[in-house]
Design a protein around this ligand. Sequence first.
Ligand code: GLY
Length: 354
Amino acid sequence: MSAENLNRRAFLAAGAVGLGASAMIGAAPPRAVGPRRPVVVSSANGLKTVEKAMEMIKAGADPLDAAIAGVAIVEADPADRTVGYGGIPNEDGVVELDAAVMHGPTHGGGAVASLRNIMHPAAVARLVMKRTDHCLLVGEGALRFARMHGFPEENLLTEESRRIWLHWKETNGKDDDRIPPPDDELDDVVREFFGIRKHGTIHCSALDTHGDVGCTTTTSGLFYKIPGRVGDSPILGAGLFLDNEVGSAGSTGRGEANLLNLSSYAIVDNLRRGLAPKDALIEVCKRIVATNRTPRLRDAKGRPNFDVKFYCVTKDGRYAGASLWAGAKMAVHDGDSARLVDCASFYDEKLIEP
Ligand code: GLY
């Protein structure tokens, strides 16, 4: 079968799980399957992601292409309010997406930040890596680049996310002339969202059958952010990093903490120095705790009043997840099955949101 036919088959397979054409733009043709045991790890919202990525890796896909196709399911899912379509918008009610990718065999990386109207920013980031001499495009320039490469433009703000944003605006806005509805008139979607408010984002790191790694992190970012705010997800070294000789890592949670500590780079460096996966992650948790000196970000005991979660996979197939606070899970597929497993944690207690 020709490479073109194989690509078409991969494209149709992606379409079958509801992905648009844009999810496959820039994917490499599948290769022969190698002898190594593959592993895919992701955040807790990535169970379908690891399933899709593993299915593609077993069919010979490049590890980065597999990771991108995996997260594309969540980017297109309106029920995940922390990634892609249906993400919680910025303070003006506009969804702005950040994403980055890294490719082990070429040590290439690409990213987009503050991208509007494009459902699959991770696939755009792959094209930044493949079709430009740059690593990061932002805002209007990133949108024009995506448009030029045929990504369809669409409104990413769902009706439910708009209602959630409106409630936030009416209860947190500075204007005195906005009046929120009384509690008993609040719709269930809004009530439920504010009851379980949490950070999101999705990371996926994939190790293929040749021992090559690829990774991506994609997000709609901080809820109700200042327009133009960029988190860690599109910053190589902060929200994700890899070294094909060592392994791959990424993060979800409070992006500013990762920007200030280059957390994903630090994880891969810890692995390079021989730390076990769990220890490599906990070391970075320790660093975040030690460097978090801002009073409004500390609880009464001086501990971070936020959470950050880390995930990694090594070149020889070991993996781990860890968070500052207890209770986090991660998704993993080790070739046999996709499942959620417990992450290690720096503190034994669960975070009490401020
Ligand atoms: N970690 C995602 C963000 O802070 O935007």
